[in-house]
Design a protein around this ligand. Structure first.
Ligand code: HAM
Length: 433
């Protein structure tokens, strides 16, 4: 039986075929995301993968609603698999905001589901790093989030020569819109056209804009001029002060497809323009008010970064970290009379934190040794009895093949020193920031 199109199987490395995804790479990406969030003082939260359909029909916008995986459950409830995390966050934050000091800084790594047309970088399921700040209207928070976005990509070895954050503003577009059109109700439709400008044929966009009363030339002139507004200038200066100025540029070609954004918005793209957006986000100062039926009114902002484009980009730039499985030690049991003592030794190594494997059943020595190599063990350990009846352990460094004998009490230290002699690089990344 095949898997559903647009969904992925994640296998352990080494990958058996090219059409499956690496569970090891996924874990490493999650670790880098979580670690960057931790460095920025963000706390982890999560919500249910299934939500009331209504959560998305209120404010996410027509595009995401058309992509929903929704159904009626056995209790007759209209439900949807979460296509994005922001409505869940808005619901959760507004429900408990009194219990948390502001600004609330939270992150999550949910799996999301969108029934969209499959294309490069877009599947029907993906994991998305979400970082959001609730309860802060100062533009310093916008800059902080963009810095977090940049650093989570740097933590994976990507540099200013690989990606750029295109910074824009719904406020700037709102001004532009009001200068040309007095019917505020058309704003969402207008934003949708701008959002698709780079993906749709020129004539299609021109016709849609004309129907709304806009000339595409005016729109393009506004984008080309790219004059930063005062609020964008504050964000740019803040990022420049951190030495992150090279990672960001003002670009009004970005507007964001989701309806709820209100202020500065941004998207990260690879610089060669080969991929869809790596990440996107912005301010959504009214969403919590809408979600809470007016009960809670808190400004908020955040971004989402997907794992699909990111993994493809890392592969394309030769930056896929070394995620080959590695064991600290493989314990060879060459004499079945020593199996119980070997199990005690294995337990002791594992208690000390080392990753250890061994053969469950009696096996020839050469087969066991081959298995140790296949598993990428750094060392083998085997027990022997001395002529006097004492147990001794032979620890072999598999890189140098040097073997030395130690007392069983010293095995933990001996294995650790083999491991440390080449770094503890279960998941090396070429360029750490
Ligand atoms: P979004 O732009 O819809 O924003 O998604 C953010 C990122 O998730 C995209 O840039 C892309 O990397 C990834 N992504 C989205 N859809 C797919 C897909 N079908 N397949 C693979 N990857 C995908 C949001 O979802 C907002 N809720 C983000 C946000 C958080 N805004 C404020 N806080």
């Amino acid at each position: 039986m095949d898997r559903i199109p647009g969904f992925r199987d994640f296998y352990p490395e080494p990958l058996p075929t090219t059409d499956v995804w690496s569970a090891d790479l996924r874990r490493l990406i999650f670790e880098r995301w979580a670690d960057t969030a931790r460095r920025y003082g963000f706390r982890e939260y999560d919500g249910p993968p299934l939500e009331p359909l209504e959560l998305y029909t209120t404010k996410s916008g027509a595009e995401i609603v058309s992509q929903l995986y929704n159904f009626t459950d056995k209790g007759g409830r209209e439900v949807a698999m979460r296509p994005e995390m922001t409505p869940t966050l808005a619901r959760m934050a507004s429900a408990q905001e009194r219990q948390y000091k502001k600004p609330i800084k939270w992150y999550a790594i949910p799996q999301l589901f969108r029934y969209e047309r499959q294309q490069k970088g877009r599947l029907r399921e993906h994991f998305q790093f979400n970082a959001d700040v609730v309860g802060e209207s100062d533009r310093a928070a916008d800059a902080e989030l963009i810095a977090l976005l940049i650093d989570s990509l740097r933590a994976l070895g990507l540099a200013a020569s690989d990606f750029v954050v295109r910074l824009s503003s719904r406020n700037a577009w709102q001004d532009f819109f009001s200068r040309h059109c007095s019917e505020g109700s058309k704003a969402c439709e207008f934003y949708q056209v701008i959002d698709k400008l780079e993906r749709e044929p020129f004539e299609v966009s021109a016709a849609k804009l004309e129907a709304l009363g806009f000339a595409i030339n005016d729109v393009q002139a506004f984008i080309t001029a790219g004059q930063p507004t005062d609020e964008l200038r504050l964000i740019l200066d803040n990022l420049a002060a951190r030495g992150l100025g090279a990672f960001v540029k003002v670009d009004y070609g970005v507007i964001r497809g989701l309806d709820y954004y209100t202020g500065p918005v941004f998207e990260a793209f690879d610089l060669k323009g080969e991929f869809r957006a790596i990440a996107g986000g912005g301010r959504y100062d009214n969403l919590i008010k809408v979600m809470s039926g007016g009960r809670v009114d808190l400004p908020a902002l955040g971004f989402g970064m997907g794992d699909v484009v990111l993994a493809e980009l890392l592969k394309a730039r030769g930056l896929t970290p070394d995620v080959k499985p590695r064991l600290a030690a493989f314990v060879l049991i060459e004499d079945e009379a020593l199996r119980a003592d070997s199990l005690a030794l294995i337990q002791r190594l594992r208690d000390a934190g080392s990753s250890v494997d061994y053969s469950f059943v009696p096996a020839r020595s050469d087969k066991q040794f081959k298995r140790a190599l296949e598993l990428g063990a750094r060392a083998t350990v085997r027990l022997e009895r001395s002529p006097g009846g004492d147990l001794i352990a032979k620890v072999k460094d598999l890189a140098t093949r040097a073997e030395h004998a130690v007392a069983p009490d010293d095995v933990v230290g001996a294995v650790a020193s083999v491991e440390n002699s080449r770094g503890s690089a279960q998941s090396d990344v070429r360029a750490e920031p």
